[in-house]
Design a protein around this ligand. Structure first.
Ligand code: 5RP
Length: 231
């Protein structure tokens, strides 16, 4: 099975968790988009839910799919958030932010009674960190913040390059919140909790892509002889 098939299989399983009347957080990325498409089909068949999107991109996709949308201001407590991830470990710790939506994704996930991750099983790792860790920062004093981030990484036993994320055109990427993203290429994060605390102590860091103690479950789809096995 191809990657898109596996993402769709995980999204389809997550759809079974959706009940009428739910207030749903809707994630960002290709797996979340597969979920949006399937959810749109259920809504067209009469399912009544309200969705809170985690990015402008998801807002547009969900609106196109005919899903009724609200802001987190209007619906500050959500029943369930379904979102993708860049890495997930056995303790349900995640790296997110490959799509630059980590700030809204974390706010929405933390406003939800449950967050369920959907992903290709290839995202499962023993140790977080092979995927570069996204760190969202205020553009003011970016170089100073980057030095602070580098010191925080070192204090948490992490070594590696920190790179400003660029658009395909070569300009600094601007997030939905008007911030920038620093990607920390670390290979492994020996103590994610220590790194999380160290990053939050750096002025200028708005949020980081370590989601610790937030996800309640993960739906991972693997290709077993041409069929999707869900774990
Ligand atoms: C966006 C995210 C995405 O959920 C993550 O990057 C996974 O994306 P995909 O489903 O396309 O692999 O965190 O900020």
């Amino acid at each position: 099975m191809s990657g898109p098939d596996l993402r769709r299989a995980a999204a389809a399983r997550a759809l079974e968790l959706v009940e009428p009347g739910m207030r749903l957080g809707i994630g960002t990325g290709s797996t979340a988009n597969a979920f949006v498409e399937l959810l749109g089909g259920r809504v067209r068949d009469g399912l009544d839910i309200v969705g809170v999107p985690t990015s402008e991109a998801t807002h547009a996709a969900a609106a196109r799919a005919g899903i009724r949308l609200a802001t987190l201001e209007a619906e500050p407590v959500l029943d369930l958030t379904i979102d993708g991830a860049d890495e997930v470990d056995d303790e349900l710790r995640l790296i997110k932010g490959g799509g630059a939506a980590l700030l809204r994704e974390k706010i929405v996930a933390c406003a939800s009674r449950r967050m369920v991750v959907i992903a290709d099983a290839a995202k499962r790792v023993e140790t977080l960190g092979a995927f570069p860790l996204p760190i969202e920062v205020n553009p003011f004093g970016l170089r100073a913040t980057q030095l602070g981030v580098e010191a925080a990484l070192a204090s948490a036993g992490c070594a590696g390059r920190v790179v400003l994320r660029l658009t395909p055109e070569g300009a600094p990427l601007v997030t939905d919140g008007g911030h920038r993203i620093l990607d920390a290429h670390l290979n492994r994060i020996p103590d994610p909790e220590a790194l999380s605390r160290a990053l939050w102590a750096v002025p200028g860091v708005v949020e980081h892509g370590l989601f610790l103690g937030i996800a309640s479950a993960a739906i991972l789809a693997a290709d077993i002889g041409g069929a999707a096995e869900i774990t």
